[in-house]
Design a protein around this ligand. Structure first.
Ligand code: GDP
Length: 460
């Protein structure tokens, strides 16, 4: 691995690993050659420098004979730690004042404050994980739905990486065979069977294509589905929104005793997060509809991945409905036609609409049929058949590299069809190997690393 100026493994780094603010405990994490001795210098209890790896020690943090806090210190010894360096983690009482003070003491002993993601970056630099795995650590920390969690943890555990590495190795083998032929140019030998190479490249292209098309799902899993509830004023948009959000709130607060943050304006269906956008607009719509104008409503709808379009069945007729549907069609965004207020709708209208495909009949006010609406959301986006056990690309950087790798593989095929020279062939294979290597970090550069790790939390 190269030497990067943004990391110096001789440094011992320290950071608060728990969120800023008051908590029951706060954890300070220290990593580097002097992580144990520096903490030992401010610790009264057992001698930490003699402690075995993976042990926890009760004691006091001392400054000039004054007891600052009673703490637990965990000791991990190189290379058997997250970063592969010596690590200590001090669990203090969770007062921001105490934590700052203890952190300052460690800095005084010679540690420096860690940059965002620097612990994970060291784990990467020291070969504890590859780049895709390191990125998955950040995804796991940010996971806010069941599917996001599953995909991130599988990637962190190396599922995605091993798929990429397998492909890469096969190509490396072929590239070296083709290159070997070049050394015997006069003899006109063929170490690498062109038939087999073609078969392999096709096979790999198919795998990459599948990965590329999983990105749409991956994006949904990672970022949620931007969802808009639209419809004329009074059609019941805010009633529906409140009904769905209150249900979600009820589910969340069933986790008794937890104070988990409730994510405003988001619901979860089968592990996918649906984010309602422009909920402020919905809530204010009735008073402001004049100023808002149709154009703005359209704009909001265009930002959506799916639209729930509400019809007030107590006032609409078939003509007015068809007119709105044809406007919806023009947006080319998946939508659900939600016929609302079934409790007061005319049976005749209901009857005639029932023959229209894609209508869901609900009563937002009485929470009728909301489950069916949710099922439709999943169906509409084809999420029902997604298996999070499959490898799914969730990262735009990986998508880009896969895309380039696939293009390079197409060049290989083209080259073979045009009887291109071994040199050209080898070059194109090497190119695809390069792009695959970008994903796992075999190929990397300082800017890229800086970019990736600066998005991490401090202390991770
Ligand atoms: P918005 O302007 O589209 O946000 O509509 P609202 O959600 O504010 O609803 C407008 C009116 O319709 C309110 O008085 C609601 O109580 C009422 N409403 C909403 N859903 C239903 C329903 O399913 N049945 C009936 N009878 N009234 C409803």
């Amino acid at each position: 691995m190269g030497h990067f100026s943004l990391t110096n493994n001789q440094d011992t780094i320290a950071a608060l690993a728990t969120p800023p603010g008051m908590g029951a405990i706060g954890v300070i994490r220290v990593s580097g050659p002097d992580a144990i001795s520096m903490v030992n210098a401010i610790f009264k209890g057992t001698d930490l420098t003699l402690a075995l790896s993976h042990t926890i020690h009760f004691g006091r943090i001392i400054e000039n004979d004054m007891v600052i806090d009673e703490v637990l210190v965990s000791v991990f010894k190189a290379p058997n730690s997250y970063t592969a360096e010596n690590i200590t983690e001090i669990s203090c009482h969770g007062s921001p004042y105490i934590l700052t003070r203890v952190l300052n003491l460690i800095i005084q002993k010679g540690a420096r404050l860690a940059k965002p993601g620097e612990f994970t970056m060291r784990a990467f630099m020291n070969g504890k994980m590859d780049l895709a795995q390191a990125e998955a650590v950040a995804d796991l920390v940010a996971a806010d739905s069941e599917n996001a969690r599953q995909v991130a943890i599988s990637q962190m555990r190396g599922g995605f990486s091993s798929e990429i590495k397998k492909m890469r190795e096969k190509l490396v083998h072929f590239a070296s065979m083709v290159e070997l032929e070049l050394d015997f140019a006069e003899e006109d030998v063929e170490f690498a069977s062109r038939e087999e190479l073609k078969k392999l490249v096709k096979e790999l292209s198919d795998i990459i294509s599948a990965l590329l098309s999983s990105f749409m799902t991956g994006n949904v899993i990672k970022n949620g589905v931007p969802t808009v509830i639209a419809g004329k004023p009074n059609s019941g948009k805010s009633t529906l929104l409140n009904a769905m959000l209150n249900e979600e709130k009820a589910i969340v607060s069933e986790l008794e005793g937890t104070t988990r943050d409730f994510i405003e304006d988001e619901i979860h269906i089968e592990g996918f997060a649906f984010r309602f956008i422009d909920t402020a607009g919905i809530r204010e719509a009735r008073d402001r509809i004049e100023q808002m104008g149709i154009e703005r409503t359209r704009q909001k709808m265009r930002e959506a991945s799916v639209i729930i379009y509400m019809f007030d069945l107590s006032v609409e007729n078939e003509d007015s409905i068809n007119q709105q549907v044809s406007e919806l069609e023009r947006l080319s965004i998946p939508y659900i036609k939600a016929g609302n207020k079934t409790d007061v709708a005319s049976p005749a209208l209901l009857n005639s609409l029932e023959s229209q495909p894609g209508f869901i009949f609900i009563s937002a006010k009485f929470k009728e049929n909301l489950d069916q609406l949710k099922v439709r959301l999943i169906d509409l986006l084809d999420l029902g058949k997604v298996s999070v056990g499959d490898t799914i690309v969730t990262n735009a950087r990986h998508y880009e590299s896969l895309f380039k790798a696939k293009n390079a593989l197409r060049e290989v095929i083209d080259g073979m069809e045009k009887q291109a020279s071994g040199e050209l062939l080898a070059q194109d294979i090497r190119q695809s190997i390069y792009y695959l290597g970008e994903i796992t970090g075999e190929i990397t550069n300082e800017d890229l690393l800086e970019n990736i790790f600066s998005k991490f939390c401090i202390g991770k």
